[in-house]
Design a protein. Structure first.
Length: 87
């Protein structure tokens, strides 16, 4: 993950995709799925923009962790990006 995060940060910053300097937060989450779930996952991805108008990614992520009985540290939960304060 260190290589993926490091290389992707360099790629994003080189191309100026975000105001200021992009960097990943600490930590990461990894999730798996079963072959029988692929159609549901594809549908979810296609509808993600509409879906997240009703529920934020962070709300959904925490619900997923709690539903799956995964203990977590609030420190490692994603923080919304505030582009208005970027340099």
């Amino acid at each position: 993950m260190q290589d993926v995060k490091g290389d992707s940060s360099k790629w994003i910053n080189k191309r100026g995709f975000v105001p200021g300097r992009f960097s990943w937060q600490e930590g990461f989450g990894g999730f798996s799925y079963g072959k029988s779930q692929i159609d549901n996952i594809i549908d979810y991805i296609k509808q993600q923009e509409i879906h997240h108008r009703r529920k934020s990614f962070i709300e959904e992520y925490i619900e997923f962790l709690e539903k799956s009985e995964v203990s977590y540290n609030e420190h490692f939960i994603f923080k919304p990006v505030d582009f208005s304060s970027a340099d």
